[in-house]
Design a binder for this molecule. Structure first.
Ligand SMILES: Nc1ncnc2c1ncn2[C@@H]1O[C@H](COP(=O)(O)OP(=O)(O)OP(=O)(O)O)[C@@H](O)[C@H]1O
Ligand SMILES: [Mg+2]
Length: 246
């Protein structure tokens, strides 16, 4: 299954959730692949401290290599025996500018490459789950990841413009492509009862609300929070989400 983690606005928690969901799936003995498809601001390489890659996802989309040359075994980040492979985006300034200058024709070809990638990862390489961490908004590159996905998690905060943008994206885009979508409200306040009523009134396919946690903000290894703090409300809520898909 391909899961795209997307949002309308930036900074909602896509990368944090993608990485922790991928690690949780791998810990459940699912062969999992996490791809950094945020070419605007690649971040997984810095978080996982993997250094320079010989090939990047940029090269795969540019038809310069096959996906096997891009994926790196990051299973050592799992607490159990799980298998976690990661594909990184090139973080160099030159590569970011190059990807930002791609035209519509290139993006159409990139969509074909992504659809091929889906087949290779699920059928040939036998991955159970592939998580796409994406850029926010409605740019072509993000739209391509949504078209390719079987399932979309949209991560939003309770910020009014974020909620309205999310509602619009679902109505005008995801539904058009018939994508199964779940909305994750992230960084909510802890008091759940008034929040629950508020969320109900939005009439969105809400899966869970994840509280904003100072423990995450103050943690030196925030992006590995779930494996470090298995009993934390953040981890328990993500576990519930993962149980629904696995
Ligand atoms: N529930 C939460 N509680 C506290 N901090 C959080 C929570 N979720 C995310 N964060 C923090 O918010 C910041 C942004 O998170 P992250 O980088 O995952 O967002 P993003 O959606 O991937 O951003 P971008 O759109 O720029 O790629 C990080 O510092 C992260 O640790
Ligand atoms: Mg991100």
């Amino acid at each position: 299954m391909i899961i795209t983690v997307h949002s309308y606005k930036g900074g909602t928690g896509k990368t944090l959730l993608s990485l922790n969901i991928a690690a949780m799936l791998a810990n459940r003995d699912k062969k999992t692949c996490l791809l950094d498809l945020d070419f605007r601001a690649p971040s997984l390489g810095a978080i996982l401290k993997t250094g320079k890659s010989e090939y990047w996802l940029n090269d795969y989309l540019n038809k310069a290599c096959e996906i096997g040359r891009v994926l790196r075994d990051c299973s050592s980040y799992c607490i159990a025996e799980g298998k976690l492979f990661v594909g990184f985006a090139n973080p160099s300034t030159e590569a970011i500018r190059e990807m930002a200058s791609k035209d519509r024709k290139w993006e159409m070809e990139a969509l074909c490459r992504l659809l091929l990638l889906k087949k290779s990862l699920l059928e040939r390489l036998g991955f159970d789950y592939v998580i796409f961490d994406t850029s926010p908004g409605l740019e072509y590159s993000s739209m391509n990841t949504i078209v390719t996905a079987d399932f979309v998690f949209v991560v939003t905060t309770l910020d009014k413009s974020d909620v309205e943008g999310t509602q619009r994206m679902i109505r005008e885009f995801y539904e058009l492509f018939n994508k199964k979508t779940w909305v994750i409200f992230n960084k909510t306040l802890q008091s759940f009862l008034p929040l629950e009523r508020k969320l109900e009134s939005l009439q969105l396919p809400i899966v869970e609300a994840i509280p904003c946690s100072c423990d995450i903000l103050s943690s030196e290894e925030a992006y590995f929070f779930a494996s470090k703090k298995p009993n934390h409300i953040f981890t328990k809520t993500l576990q519930k989400i993962v149980s629904r898909i696995s």
